[in-house]
Design a binder for this molecule. Structure first.
Ligand SMILES: [Zn+2]
Length: 336
């Protein structure tokens, strides 16, 4: 099979998995759930030597191990790669960093890489995110910040998003080369008005009124930067969600006239208040930002509501071993 046919087969396999699941296009793909739902044993190891992931098949028993010493976005990409080996009927594989993130020559690695990118960043998911951010999905004119924000929402690394946007012809080779020189940490700091994220490896997601009543999927430690319009003349202020101090931590609260370094005016001449929250615990949280207006004002001042779903990898407190979801199942089998 030539490279094109190999890739086509892998894209179809990923599309098949997505079609079978009930994941909303453009949301982060819960790849650990997909693995567990297939009855594949999932385990986590902080010391996998130089390996990022392992796929093992012994008879009917299949297992995937993930190196937890790496950022969660890379763990997710590795998990998707190993699931690719499974779905495409490959045998056992030990994957070092190069076979996960760099251009591969082995046909099975080409397929697993294509599967992982297509599963976590399908064309539909990318186009959904582009449209949501006001870009023409066929001919988007993207900045490095735009690419970063797509990566953050899809829960993949910035570099993985650069590569996939080029594969899908959303950016040119020349743009991809330029974007690849950017530091994702610097882009996060731009979005946070210069501040370093509490956890430099976590993602920063930017939300505006365009995200009102949307469900957003996060990992623990990810930060959301919420832009709220402020009109100092009329005295429009905001009360912040009551979840602050529980499932979310307030990390910053600042005012500026433009949007996080992109130079784009948010609401005409209105100032924007940026409230930054860090996801503290896993679970579902409704975040309500309510405007407080003087009684004399009768203008439409709607609240901004975000439904946040914060997840963690199903790894034990010790940070290693079988998935916490599968732990009991394994004990039952052992005692049977
Ligand atoms: Zn592989």
């Amino acid at each position: 099979m030539n490279r094109r046919s190999l890739e086509r087969e892998a894209v179809l396999a990923a599309e098949y998995v997505l079609a079978e699941s009930d994941i909303t296009p453009g949301d982060r793909v819960p790849v650990f759930d997909l693995i567990e739902n297939r009855g594949i044993w999932l385990s986590f190891e902080p010391e996998l030597d130089r390996l990022l992931g392992v796929y093992q098949r012994i008879g009917d028993v299949t297992g995937i191990a993930i190196n937890t010493a790496r950022p969660v976005a890379l763990q997710r990409f590795t998990a998707a790669h190993e699931l690719g080996h499974h779905e495409l009927g490959h045998g056992s594989h030990l994957d070092a960093e190069a076979t996960i993130t760099e251009s591969a020559h082995d046909p099975k690695e080409i397929q697993a890489q294509t599967f992982a990118a297509s599963l976590l960043m399908s064309e539909l998911a990318i186009e959904t995110r582009l449209e949501h951010r006001g870009h023409d999905p066929d001919r988007p004119n993207l900045s490095a910040i735009d690419v970063y924000l797509i990566a953050a929402e899809l829960g993949v690394s910035y570099q993985a998003a650069v590569t996939q946007l080029r594969v899908l012809h959303k950016i040119s080779f020349a743009q991809a080369r330029e974007f690849a020189k950017e530091s994702p940490l610097r882009l996060k700091q731009v979005l946070l008005g210069g501040r370093r994220p509490d956890n430099p490896r976590a993602s920063v997601v930017q939300l505006t009124f365009a995200d009102n009543r949307r469900e957003i999927v996060l990992d623990v430690d990810d930060e959301i930067d919420v832009a709220l319009p402020e009109m100092p003349a009329s005295g429009c202020e905001w009360t912040l969600p009551s979840a602050i101090g529980e499932s979310f931590v307030l990390t910053n609260d600042r005012s500026e006239t433009t949007d996080g370094g992109t130079g784009e005016m948010l609401f005409g001449r209105a100032r924007a208040r940026h409230v930054t929250l860090r996801a503290h615990t896993a679970g579902r949280t409704r975040l309500d930002f309510r405007p407080v207006q003087p009684a004399s004002e009768s203008q439409d001042a709607a609240p901004l509501t975000i439904y946040a779903v914060t997840r963690t990898a199903p790894v034990s407190e010790e940070g290693r071993g079988i998935s916490v979801n599968q732990h009991d199942q394994l004990l039952e089998r052992a005692s049977a």
